[in-house]
Design a protein around this ligand. Structure first.
Ligand code: PMP
Length: 426
């Protein structure tokens, strides 16, 4: 028995499923989750002393690699001054100013402690601002686990086969309309049907919770004009894509201006941080200036702000995001070549520092339906073969992969060589 297996048995006795977030349990791939003891740069180490090239990166935050010395230092300095005050600090202003500088559509921003809080609050704000109840989301997009958003959701909900969770009253769910990602005709049809009842569209501008699916050309532009036409708020959920696809997020990469943006993951540098922001006119509907209530005991926590601010500063290095994208591209091309050579049907997608690969006969994947039709059994086998090779991929076919600034050319080459050996055994 490995130490991870032993720990997992123990964990299951006192934690539901042995984990504090479902996909970590390896339900999507079977087997025992690895218990991690430490992580450095692009590598994680498990309790059995195995080393892995890590493409999960804590599900996105570790864009600068694990345990970055300057982020660690910023945290240590902040810790000296106390862990939390529940009163305003200058670091929060610096963070807000930095976010505004990097994401110009954000005129005002509010800090929260998770991506879920960011999207939940942005939805409430959009509803309060427009005085409308319905929201529109896309099948397979995941926006955290708030009631309104856990309808036809992606990520763990999709991995576990419960895109619609029990515990959400039908009376709530009926206000969440869902249509297909990358299908503008469905969006237009639903707006024609519900006219002035829809408060907002919320979208992952690059879908990263049903594998990795970039927007088709014209899709995001179409959402922008539909919202303009109907007075609905366009919310980009950039919890995953923010500061990753480009310094200014997917909205910069695709040059579309949303009304509100949700942030998370990278913005905390590894600490629990989320944020939502956008047009001043809308943001001023939030308490204490406006009537829409939203609050948080640990919001803007000084340690979390110190880590996140340092991460954002480090990400401003010129050329950094081009290098990240080059790594995603190299991985995708390497996987594709290796699969082609082994006569394995595979296709890949990437945008900036996120990537995905699909076991499918299709020449490209751009929809939820295609993503769910992929060969999941093959993915499971590939995942475990890669793990044996020392490569830690996301333990689900419905999650994007992430590269960091710390992945070296050697790491990428080693990963592709591992994939070659794995494909040969599939
Ligand atoms: N939105 C998106 C696009 C996400 O990927 C996630 C988490 N993977 C969330 C929201 C929820 O964030 P959190 O897990 O921090 O609540």
């Amino acid at each position: 028995m490995t130490i991870s297996q032993d720990l997992f048995t123990r964990a299951q006795a006192s934690i539901p499923g042995g984990v504090n977030s479902p996909v970590r349990a390896f339900n999507g791939v079977g087997g025992t989750p690895l218990f991690i003891t430490n992580a450095e740069g692009p590598y994680t180490y498990d309790a059995d002393n195995n080393k892995y090239i890590d493409y999960v990166g804590s599900w996105g935050p570790m864009i600068l690699g694990h345990n970055h010395p300057q982020i660690k230092q910023a945290v240590l300095v902040a810790v000296e001054h106390g862990l939390s005050y529940g009163a305003p600090t200058e670091t929060e202003i610096l963070m807000a100013e930095k976010v505004k500088e990097l994401v110009p559509s954000i005129e005002k921003v509010r800090m929260v402690s998770s991506g879920t809080e960011a999207t939940m609050s942005a939805i409430r704000l959009a509803r309060g601002y427009t005085g409308r109840d319905k929201i529109l989301k896309f099948e397979g997009c995941y926006h955290g686990h708030a009631d309104s958003l856990l309808v036809k959701a992606g990520s763990g909900a999709l991995t576990m086969g419960v895109p619609n969770s029990p515990g959400i009253p039908a009376d709530f769910a009926k206000h969440t309309l869902t249509v297909s990602f990358n299908n503008l005709d469905e969006v237009k049809a639903i707006f024609a049907q519900y006219k002035d009842e829809i408060a907002c569209i919320i979208v992952e501008p690059v879908a990263g919770n049903m594998n990795c699916i970039p927007p088709n050309p014209g899709f995001l532009e179409g959402l922008r004009s539909v919202c303009d036409e109907h007075g609905a708020v366009l919310i980009f959920d950039e919890v995953m894509t923010g500061f990753r696809v480009a310094l200014g997020g997917a909205q910069q990469y695709y040059n579309i201006t949303p009304d509100l943006t949700c942030l998370g993951k990278v913005i905390g540098g590894g600490m629990p941080v989320g944020a939502f922001g956008g047009k001043q006119e809308i943001m001023d509907f939030i308490a204490p200036v406006g009537p829409v209530y939203q609050a948080g005991t640990l919001s803007g926590n000084p340690i979390a702000m110190a880590a996140g601010l340092k991460a954002l500063e480090l990400l401003c290095e010129p050329g950094l995001h081009e290098q990240l994208e080059a790594k995603s591209k190299a991985l995708c091309e390497g996987f594709q070549q290796a699969a082609d050579d082994a006569a394995i049907a595979l296709t890949t997608n990437y945008a900036g520092g996120m990537f995905g690969f699909f076991f499918t006969q299709a020449s490209s994947v751009s929809s939820y339906q295609q993503a769910t039709e992929c060969d999941l059994e093959r993915f499971k086998r590939f995942f475990h073969l890669m793990l044996e090779e020392g490569v830690y991929l996301a333990p689900s076919a419905f999650e994007a992969g992430f590269v960091s600034t710390m992945h070296t050319q050697q790491d990428i080459d080693d990963t592709i060589a591992a994939a070659k050996r794995a494909f040969a055994k599939l």
